[in-house]
Design a protein. Structure first.
Lengths: 245, 279
């Protein structure tokens, strides 16, 4: 058997739900590799999605892992990428419990932010000379945003603090969560629809004045201008902005 | 022509997250620190911050698990690019990985899968090692893995395969004494004869670890203290290989650092009692 044929056969036997005959190596030895493959991936998911696991319980979470592993062979050289898409598996398994996949999105976003690219927040000195009519904001590369319908963020925080999490609930208003890293610490914050829209516009390259113009029509002009000013302040305070050009 | 790797005699431990604080703040009796390369082949954040600080305090050896040096489809260029970036950042005492394959094409098992010891596999591994060494601009060390299968097509022993590999590529060896014991038990070969067949001048590092008894096979679990038969084999290895750096691997059920430091002291004593040659 050529090396290519042997490696393909062994890969197929590791991936198969039930190995059909042993083309490479002995059956008992192959069982070790088949078990190690699944155990390693499940451990990776448990490590990455620890709050989701705590919410679902070990048994349900392990079933979700096995479901995901059966359909998702790893492709990246790093195990750190394996959690990509796990929230979609949970969305399929728990269509009526949106807090489950929203929790998973939060776990995943924080995990990505943990070792994402470094970036320093813009300095106070640089702010002094900004021409706000032309200013374009640039954000930390670890920033990600997702719509949320539930109180998943509150559930995540309660689990992290070791207190009893609140029951799952639908939020009264549509909201979003932004995730980023400040210094070495991953962070998240629940934001309203206006801030989500402003961030998404700014991330697409719109200047801050354009963001203000486009969102000024939402509700009372005075109120939105005030809100946009406050949100710029919170972006600076949270270290979201790396430079302003 | 790549510069040879000079022997580095010392006793080290792995850098694992539960022990970050001690490695950063305390004056530990370790001569070097080994890191899992992939854990630091990231874009930023705490892992690299910690590694940079640790590197200021200790020599660092980089040990990888995803090079897939035995893959017939070659070593992934994206992996090599990231590894080279980390090598440039850390300037490690050496870079090691395993004599195995972890995936093929777009698939990665994230496990150390066994190679058949054939001329074809040797040619594949030699070509991959040559490419890696060209990119990294330094020779690498390869470690004998624990294995749970052998192949009917094998035409040489593992140690014979490694000897040929070193001769053809100029690479070095990281000899895992526990893995020799585990594979020897699983496949019925004599671990002492294995050590006799290893090219002594190519061994630059020794790994020590514990294992567990599976249903039918010994499993390389790295979750136990080093057991007596592995210590005995280590003494034999020390007397044969002389000045090779020794490191204790613990990746699961990680105990307090003080326990690992105490185990490292045992390694020092065992190395001395073996009549190990001075560096």
């Amino acid at each position: 058997m050529s090396l290519l044929a042997l490696q393909r056969a062994m890969r197929d036997q590791i991936l198969a739900v039930e190995p059909d005959g042993v083309a490479a190596g002995s059956e008992r030895g192959l069982a070790v590799y088949r078990h190690a493959y699944r155990a390693q991936l499940a451990a990776c998911l448990r490590d990455t999605f620890s709050k989701t696991q705590a919410w679902l319980g070990d048994e349900a979470f392990d079933r979700a892992c096995q479901d995901h592993i059966a359909d998702h062979a790893p492709h990246s050289w790093t195990l750190g990428d394996y959690g990509e898409g796990f929230e979609h598996t949970l969305r399929r398994l728990y269509p009526r419990d949106p807090e489950v996949f929203e929790l998973a999105w939060l776990d995943w976003g924080l995990s990505r932010a943990f070792d994402g690219p470094d970036a320093d927040p813009v300095s106070q000195e640089a702010l002094a000379s900004v021409d706000w009519d032309r200013a374009v904001l640039h954000f930390v590369p670890t920033l990600s945003i997702s719509l949320v319908r539930t109180n998943a963020a509150a559930i995540w925080s309660a689990i992290a603090e070791g207190v009893t999490p609140p029951p799952a609930a639908t939020l009264p208003q549509p909201a979003a969560v932004r995730v980023w890293r400040l210094g070495l610490s991953p962070q998240f914050r629940t934001i309203d629809a206006l801030e989500r829209e402003a961030l998404e516009l700014a991330l697409k390259g719109a200047g801050f004045a354009e963001v203000c113009d486009r969102l000024a029509g939402q509700g009372d002009d005075g109120q939105s201008a005030q809100a946009l000013g406050a949100m710029l302040g919170s972006w600076l305070q949270d270290g979201l902005i790396t430079s302003i050009t | 022509m790549l510069d040879p790797i000079a022997p580095f005699q010392g006793f080290g431990l792995g850098l694992r997250p539960p022990h970050y604080r001690e490695f950063l703040e305390e004056d530990l009796d370790v001569d070097f620190v080994e890191v899992i390369s992939e854990n630091f082949m990231v874009r930023g954040g705490r892992p690299l911050h910690v590694l940079d600080r640790v590197r200021e305090r200790y020599p660092v050896a980089m040990h990888g698990v995803s090079m897939s040096i035995g893959s017939v489809t070659g070593v992934r260029p994206d992996y090599l690019t990231r590894l080279k970036a980390l090598v440039d950042r850390v300037d490690p005492i050496w870079v090691s990985d395993h004599l195995c394959w972890t995936g093929i094409g777009g698939f990665n098992s994230h496990d150390l899968l066994p190679l058949p010891y054939t001329e074809e596999a040797l040619a594949v591994v030699c070509a991959n090692v040559a490419r890696v060494q060209d990119v990294l601009e330094r020779p690498i060390l390869l470690e004998n893995p624990s294995s749970y299968v052998t192949f009917a097509d094998d035409t040489m022993s593992e140690q014979g395969f490694m000897a040929q590999l070193c001769e053809r590529t100029g690479c070095y060896l990281l000899l895992d004494v526990n893995n020799i014991f585990v594979s020897g038990t699983n496949h019925g070969f004599d671990p002492y004869a294995y050590i006799e067949g290893v090219p002594a001048d190519r061994v630059r590092q020794i790994h020590l670890a514990g294992h567990s008894q599976g249903r039918e096979l010994l499993i390389d679990t790295h979750d136990q203290p080093v057991p007596d038969p592995v210590w005995t084999l280590y003494e034999v290895a020390c007397s044969r290989f002389g000045p090779a750096a020794t490191m204790i691997e613990r990746d699961d059920d990680i105990p307090p650092l003080s326990e690992l430091l105490a185990e490292l002291d045992i390694a020092r004593r065992r190395a001395c009692s073996s009549g190990r040659r001075a560096a």
